[in-house]
Design a protein around this ligand. Structure first.
Ligand SMILES: Nc1ncnc2c1ncn2[C@@H]1O[C@H](COP(=O)(O)OP(=O)(O)OP(=O)(O)O)[C@@H](O)[C@H]1O
Length: 257
């Protein structure tokens, strides 16, 4: 049997006396696009931090492709095939767009920062960097300092860096936050294309994005998953409507219809 891409079991996180993640169980299959939704403060970012190794779980298990990763360092988890983006852009502002992507590629190939002086010679790195820039539509801006990119392009660059490492499990934290409708549409198309064949886990507040993109959705409320299912199941789930979706689901239904 193929291992789950990601498997959380009885996962808990306390900050002092406060239990923020309260025993989460979740299985995500390879190639699945899974959205995690829930109200502000529900614990979505905390869950991402537990999965990606920024936080150590208080108890429970996190398995990546069948291997236990709970308590491992972010770097080690990344090397095992999981990559994440952040709500707040994580790019190096003073480096060019190309250099930013190249960092991700170098990292994935196991080169340390000491290699920076010689990287112009690493043909594989150059080729992979060019491919990624082209696939996310940033090739024509490759030589600009990242700080000069418009906001939406900076978020695109963040996605490019996240996928540059070649990970097969990608976590994106609110990738369309702060974008206009048209920018959001472009970002969704980009995310679909760039994560083709990979496992995608996305935290997102934009229900249009969520219901459009996800194969399955989990709803997190007060640190507990109250429902997991296909978009149609989640939309119709009375518990979810009461706890969270309510009118947003109706609006979205109208938008989609
Ligand atoms: N390092 C920390 N120490 C103490 N409390 C924390 C810490 N990190 C998060 N929390 C608390 O955990 C709860 C969940 O926060 P979290 O940021 O995970 O929620 P969220 O669902 O991502 O919210 P949002 O949608 O607003 O981003 C909040 O009450 C927050 O104050």
């Amino acid at each position: 049997m193929t291992a789950m891409a990601l498997s959380l079991s009885r996962l808990k996180k306390n900050f002092g006396p406060a239990e923020i993640i309260c025993g989460v169980d979740l299985d995500i299959a390879p190639g699945e696009r899974h959205a995690i939704i829930g109200p502000n403060g529900a614990g979505k970012s905390t869950l991402f931090n537990l999965i990606s190794g920024l936080y150590t779980p208080s108890s429970g298990s996190v398995k990546l492709n069948g291997q236990e990763i709970a308590g491992m360092k972010p770097f080690a988890i990344n090397r095992m095939g999981l990559s994440r983006s952040f709500q707040v852009s994580n790019i190096f502002a003073n480096m060019t767009v190309r250099e930013n992507v190249r960092c991700g590629v170098l990292h994935s190939l196991g080169y340390g920062y000491s290699f920076w002086r010689n990287i112009g010679n690493l043909r594989d790195v150059q080729r992979k960097t060019g491919e990624i820039l082209e696939s996310v539509g940033l090739l024509d801006k490759a030589n600009l300092p990242a700080s000069l990119l418009p906001y939406a392009d900076q978020r695109t660059l963040e996605i490019a860096i996240t996928i540059a490492g070649g990970a097969d499990v990608i976590l994106l934290d609110e990738p369309t936050a702060g974008m206009s409708h048209s920018e959001t549409d472009r970002a969704v198309a980009l995310i679909r294309m760039a994560t083709e064949g990979k496992t995608l886990i996305i935290v997102e507040h934009d229900m249009g994005v969520v219901f459009n993109m996800a194969d399955r959705i989990s709803v997190l409320v007060y640190g507990e998953i109250i429902a997991t299912g296909a978009p149609s199941e989640i939309r119709g789930d009375p518990k979810v409507r009461e706890a969270y979706l309510g009118e947003e689901a109706d609006d979205e239904q109208e938008g989609v219809a």
